[in-house]
Design a protein. Structure first.
Length: 279
């Protein structure tokens, strides 16, 4: 894939770049694997906004993705590489030898016609899924399960990957995209290779309206508000104190910089071998 930078013909196109979609082979999704996607606008079941700056955006349909890769020892042939509006990565439509058709996360460099398989005895090539204890140390992996049979939960965004660091009996150690090293059961499945569309992070929206198309609404700084609306509002001129409060915080008083929010007695702490970068 590549990125096309627009000429600055207008203020909106001055910093505007778009995807060339060179890796996409079709613009029509497979209808049996589509579901309607209802928007919440950031509101809960009582109608209150619980997640701010959400709403609007273009209509989407959800693509049903097979994160579990549960068709063991059945080869599948890649039919198409498609765009998915619900995620940054590309998705691939695959057809198994028994006739079943599903979507999977497309690994980087996967092409139409490639044959992939999920099996403990699979070949070590991108797109194949294996249990962690069968994967050689040091290989890049993605779509990593945290619980056996639950489906991949880690390393699913565009361009990311985990790395198998060690395997010791029932447990394996995986280095995650954040830098954290975590213990995962060695019978959990993972897909070899990195996730596709690694240039996604280089795209510049160029204007505020493009965020609206994505369903992201505008955000106002707390310092630009009145004291009634935000703890950091008010003051004469650009007052960093924000009405006597020295540290940046959320509208509800939660400290915004440096506060550790992870519970000290969280059950999953024992599975973290090394904390993520900067922590």
């Amino acid at each position: 894939m590549g990125i096309r930078v627009l000429k600055p013909m207008t203020p909106g196109t001055r910093f505007y770049s778009v995807d060339t979609f060179e890796d996409i082979t079709t613009n029509k999704p497979y209808k049996p694997l589509l579901e309607p996607l209802k928007k919440s606008g950031g509101r809960n079941n009582t109608g209150r906004i619980t997640s701010r700056h959400r709403g609007g955006g273009h209509k989407r349909q959800y693509r049903i993705i097979d994160f579990k890769r549960k068709k063991i020892d059945i080869p599948a042939t890649v039919q198409t590489i498609e765009y998915d509006p619900n995620r940054s990565a590309r998705i691939a439509l695959v057809k198994y030898d028994d006739g079943v058709i599903t979507y999977i996360l497309a690994p980087d460099k996967l092409k139409v016609g490639d044959v992939i398989v999920a099996s403990p005895n699979a070949e070590f090539k991108d797109g194949n899924a294996l249990p962690l204890f069968k994967i050689p140390i040091g290989l890049f992996i993605h779509n990593i399960e945290m619980k056996p049979g639950k489906g991949g939960q880690i390393a699913r965004s565009a361009g990311v990957f985990g790395q198998l660091v060690a395997v010791d009996g029932k447990n394996a150690q995986v280095k995650l995209p954040s830098g954290e090293v975590r213990i995962i059961p060695s019978i959990c499945y993972a897909t070899l290779g990195t996730v596709s569309n690694h240039d996604h992070e280089k795209i510049s929206y160029g204007k505020a309206g493009r965020s609206i198309w994505k369903g992201v609404r505008p955000q106002s700084r707390g310092m630009a508000m009145n004291p009634i609306d935000h703890p950091m509002g008010g003051g004469e001129g650009r007052s960093k104190s924000g009405g006597g409060r020295l540290h940046p915080r959320s509208p509800w008083g939660q400290l915004a910089k440096g506060l550790k929010t992870r519970k000290k007695k969280k059950l999953s702490n024992k599975y973290i071998v090394r904390k993520r970068k900067g922590k």
